[in-house]
Design a protein around this ligand. Sequence first.
Ligand code: ADP
Length: 605
Amino acid sequence: MDKFGILKSFFGYDSFRDGQQELIDSILCGRDTVGIMPTGAGKSVCFQVPALLFPGVAIVVSPLISLMKDQVSALLQNSIPAAYINSAMSSNELEYTMREALGGKYKIIYVAPERLMSRRFLEMCSMLKVSLVCVDEAHCISQWGQDFRPSYLLVKDFIATFEARPVVCAFTATATERVRRDIVKLLGMKDPFVSVLGFDRPNLYFEVAKPVNKFTALKRYLDLFSGKSGIIYCATRKKADELYTVLSSEDYSVTVYHAGLDKDIRKRNQELFINDEKQLVVATNAFGMGIDKSNVSFVIHYNMPGDVESYYQEAGRAGRDGSEAFCILLYSGEDIAIQRYFIDHSQENEELSALDSLSLRRVKLKKLGAMIDYCESGCCLRHYMLSYFGEASQDRCNNCSRCVGMLSGKDVTVAAQKVLSCVYRVREREPAAVISKLMKGERDEYIVASGYDRLSTFGLLDDMNIKDIKLFVDFLVSDDCLSEDEKGNLHLTRRSKAILFRSMKLFQRYKKERPQDGEKAEVFDGLLYKKLYKLRKTIAGKESIPPFTVFTDATLRIIARKKPTTTEEFAAIPGVSSMKERKYSKAFLELINGHFQHIEKNSNK
Ligand code: ADP
């Protein structure tokens, strides 16, 4: 099998994305390789495809246990033999994994950097054919990166232990020129091929707001994004706890994550978010490096971070599957004081000389200055950040608050209340088609026979045309304000009750004054999408894996658009690997075919 065959059968994709092929070809030629690509660009495929084509094993150095776990579980999902080795494993688990590795079971082994030079691990590696060493999150090797980890410096010594030197590759999402140089030097790379892919993430919308009251502003955004998964970053643990307490008391589906929480609680809360059991997480910057959740739709910074690198990395956790996503920064003068306090009181590395500490402080202040400029300057936000990373870009992106005006929403609470009360009045026993007719005030045989024309909600939306009413009901379903049962009957949800009885507002989101860019909006069946989403959640629950490792949101949307009805059509969907096709096609095809029958039945009503 060649690289295209591997991509299709193990990952389910027909073509490589920008930059992937060059990186893969370079590694396959045996050349040391550095890939600098933005979050979500698809780094993993770049080393996983060569790992499967090379003989023997690939060792992947990865900084965080959670990151390793997610990656390995995603690989196993596609039937790629992989394992991880880290300090959280019991000695039995470790022994088992090492034995299996020596028996030739794995193609890819993830390892924490501090394990690399342990006697047992080196012994194991000396008995394996290691063809490739891949360093993930390679910026951790540099003091100039944001997450310096001294144990990354061991990688060079580790590579030197092999008689036949493996190919070495390194990947990171954020790296300024200085960090790039450190990566090459400190890993001892030989004449590497370095590919710097554009940092731009066109699917992300950026906004900076300077609200008078941050909390009110936050709630307005949460309304705009309701039903979506999102991260709210705070500068301090105290603020994170505070926001969490208020939001949970107001019935938001929210959890909290910061380094001050007990390890088990932290782990549990993270899982609640990853597994879509909680839609929001309020967190400090301790959250995220290991988070590989692809369906995060928005990231709101309640406080300004200390530098543009951190901001771009944290904000970049939104929209990893390529879907439209939103990055909002709520800024105030107080944020500057907080960041200055952090700089003045940071626990410096004891190994640093007084002079080095002083110069590090200057670097930090300079970086903070650039972050403040991002918030204050009037220029295009995307252009500002890309220029910061040394990348040329247009001076208007038409997808940030400076280019198109702030995000806004149409308040549709009253119309929603009318529809929801109607669903209530018919005792949640009717489908969307009947509800729409009722709202329009159409009398047909069925409606008259059921006495629905005597309900107080009859004809409450008679100023709208029936097509728009149907679309609006669909919106309510896709926005979690209504749910549909097997028969297609509509039911009230937690959200609808909040709209009806707890004066929660509902908004339909749009960007003000956004010029048409000629691109057609993605059209897909929202109702089917909801059903697919639910099915994915059920499967993930049964298999105890995160939902996005079954299929990403992007893949679900393509399914909802293409509506495959045969195994062949299903297999052709991007993101459906051979393994996933075998495992999941039955359940998904049944659901899609059931959906068609349901539509036919309803349209005959
Ligand atoms: P990152 O660069 O942030 O590490 P990932 O490797 O996690 O990104 O990939 C992000 C998403 O893009 C994943 O859902 C992955 O399956 C998807 N992806 C990777 N390569 C391709 C491709 N060639 N075609 C379509 N989707 C891809």
